[in-house]
Design a protein around this ligand. Sequence first.
Ligand code: GRG
Length: 305
Amino acid sequence: MTAVVSTGFDFAAYLEASRLRVEGALEASLGPERPESLREAMRYSLLAGGKRLRPILCLAACELAGGDADLAMPTAVALEMIHTMSLIHDDLPAMDNDDLRRGRPTNHKVYGEANAILAGDALLTRAFEMVALRSPGVCAERLLAVVGELSLASGAPGLVGGQVVDLECEGRQVDLDTLEYIHLHKTGALLRACVLSGALIAGASEPLLAALTTYARGIGLAFQIIDDILDVTASSEVLGKTAGKDLTADKTTYPKLLGLEESRRRADALVIEAKEALAPWSAGAGADRAAPLLALADYITSRDR
Ligand code: GRG
């Protein structure tokens, strides 16, 4: 196996600069929604912080494919809107029933269940508006491909399908294949949409899209394994969400099936596989453009929240 390393690249500075760019775009993305109460509930969760990993992955993939990240920003915002919507709905009493998210009370705790559902619905639909109507400078054909990716990631083939199986499996013995199915859909599908949509906006080649699909599978599963590990090892304060939730909800997790050590080993191996997929783009003249995605893959396993 060829070792793919990201050196000479200030990842901390890149991450912070990208995060600030994304925060600015998110702040500007919500127009004069009416009624005001809906706007407030949407803003409350969308602007509550968070790592902004999904929009940053989209921008980084666009740049790897030789595109202008500014053109991908509306799509990056759309991806964060979909993610935020999924968190609002995931926290509802009918789902994971949680009261802490991104370090503050969950949306339904502040605005009530009906408004939280509607704020999520408005964010989801606004996401598609961002791509279809607020993406100047990108041709209709590329935008249509992005809408396709976002649809697949949000619906039954992605978030919704994964969530349904996750809920059905609560309190039941689950095998590794089913656990992988849940995570590839609940978590992996949106991460895949992030990198593919960024690349599609840049007009990426088929081989690069295929490599990014492999990359996304690796980081998607690794992300969720680390999420499971952090649920056991980190505090609610650091995570900004309720720690130990998987145990309370009687969910099957990687640490439960494999133990902490083997889970971490598996996550590390998946990140290596993800980075390997980008090997053809990680050397030579264009190597600088691959550095962010390589470093983001490492960040997935080194993060503490
Ligand atoms: C209605 C279209 C539709 C979908 C809703 C509720 C649901 C279906 C799916 C749940 C998806 C979900 C919440 C998956 C968990 C993904 C995950 C690990 C989230 C945490 O992501 P981080 O750590 O969070 O990136 P921050 O806060 O940093 O953004």
